[in-house]
Design a protein around this ligand. Structure first.
Ligand code: RNT
Ligand code: ZN
Length: 415
């Protein structure tokens, strides 16, 4: 054990904080790591660009171009991430094999995801989460999927959703860990619509059809809302109110992506409101810069606030944490690892706060002491505890060099 850690441990103990307990607790918190950071959300279906209001920017060399390359990069990234990990797969990352070109998204089956189960088991991850892919596909009509007025289109996407619920049950069973299925649709209008209700009623109906009879033991469905996307600036069908009411009335989960709200709204404040009424709530941890830009998550204030709400409300078992960002302007493995490590740091930071004492100060109306404590803890030797956490898992702060080596040896050859 390093000397700095011993000193840090005593410093925190003076505030009534047990650093050993925090380290042990953090090791068990699952964080779901998205597969789509590795290839700019393109998937295995041959897509050359993204659509549905989301966008990756940058052209840093070395993008994974094949399933093999993506899996290699994913495995390498996971090896540099501390803690308990899950993998998070989009339907567009199916291994279609001989079915390629013969079946469409309404025909995907569990077997097309068997390689992901193998991958998950080989890399010691806790479970697999899943996402139907309702974007970047020719069957979107006028930018709509589950809310389409065209019955053939709507049915196609409902069927895709139903297939995904079956795939998720398979993934849950195989991994012996409930699979979170996140439902996000890009549906919306660029300009002022004449009817804002009908698309929402159709979306609700489609969700009901898609979720009918799903395997409650192995699958936990969630709906993700959004305020706007590129090309759908005026109206999105799956708004916040729509998704929250849908989730509440159907007894499913609501997923909050911190890039999906008006700029002065914060997800940290939404978490306790959700916890007051829901057993579970899901997160997409992202970093919006001026818009839903999906920048790499870094260790900044709102991330700390989000994890404080998870930790101090004893909600580690109730809040499902997943990552959602995609940056193509820097080394993609570095982006992956930095975002995951930032979430881990924020969790540890929250666990090392004298939360009980601060709460007492608040309840006693002693706001002077509350501010004193809140400011005081900012300068405690957090980094020594973080490095100890890494060291106990044979990791350290230098993850830059190994990634640069990997870039030279592996990624630079992808031309
Ligand atoms: C889009 C949503 C959604 C996607 C992923 C790829 O704005 O955040 O979660 O990022 O499904
Ligand atoms: Zn998201």
């Amino acid at each position: 054990m390093n000397k700095n850690y011993e000193t840090a441990k005593q410093t925190y103990a003076a505030f009534g904080v047990d650093t050993d307990a925090a380290i042990a607790a953090l090791k068990t918190v699952p964080v779901s790591v998205h597969c789509w950071q590795g290839d700019d959300v393109l998937g295995f279906e041959g897509a050359e660009s993204l659509s549905g209001g989301i966008q990756t920017t940058g052209n840093y060399p070395g993008r994974a171009r094949t399933p093999e390359e993506l899996m290699a990069d994913y495995a390498f990234a996971l090896s540099l991430m501390p803690g308990t990990k899950r993998i998070n797969i989009h339907a567009s990352y199916a291994f279609l094999g001989k079915d390629k070109g013969k079946i469409d998204r309404d025909g995907y089956r569990p077997e097309h995801f068997a390689p992901w189960v193998k991958f998950a088991k080989e890399h010691g991850v806790e479970g697999i989460d899943f996402n139907p892919t309702f974007f970047a596909h020719p069957r979107m009509k006028d930018g709509l999927t589950l809310s389409s007025p065209d019955e053939k289109t709507r049915k196609f996407w409902v069927e895709h959703g139903r297939r995904c619920m079956e795939i998720a049950a398979y993934l849950g069973k195989e991994m012996n860990s409930q699979c979170l299925v996140n439902i996000w649709i890009p549906d919306g209008y660029k300009d002022i619509p004449a009817d804002r209700l009908s698309p929402r009623l159709r979306y609700a109906q489609s969700l009901d059809e898609m979720l009918e009879g799903y395997d409650k033991k192995w699958v936990l469905p969630a709906v993700e809302s959004k305020v706007f996307g590129i090309g759908v600036e005026s109206y999105t069908v799956g708004s916040n109110e729509f998704c929250q009411n849908y989730a509440a009335t159907r007894g499913i989960c609501s997923l909050l992506d911190n890039g999906h709200y008006h700029p002065t709204e914060v997800v940290s404040d939404k978490i306790p409101s959700m916890l007051a009424f829901h057993e579970k709530v899901a997160l997409h941890v992202s970093r919006p810069v001026r818009w839903d830009s999906d920048h790499v998550v870094i260790f900044e204030d709102e991330l700390k606030e989000i994890m404080k709400e998870v930790v101090r409300n004893d909600a580690l078992g109730r809040v499902k944490i997943a990552l959602d960002y995609f940056d193509a302007s820097i080394n993609r493995v570095f982006a992956w690892v930095t975002g995951q490590r930032s979430v881990e740091k924020a969790l540890l930071y929250a666990m090392l706060l004298p939360n009980g004492e601060m709460k007492t100060a608040q309840e006693q109306g002693d706001f002077t002491r509350l501010m004193y404590l809140q400011e005081r803890v900012k300068m405690l030797p957090f980094s020594d505890v973080w490095e100890e956490y890494l060291a106990q898992q044979n990791l350290d702060e230098n993850y830059y060099e190994p990634i640069m080596e990997y870039e030279k040896k592996v990624m630079e050859n992808r031309k």
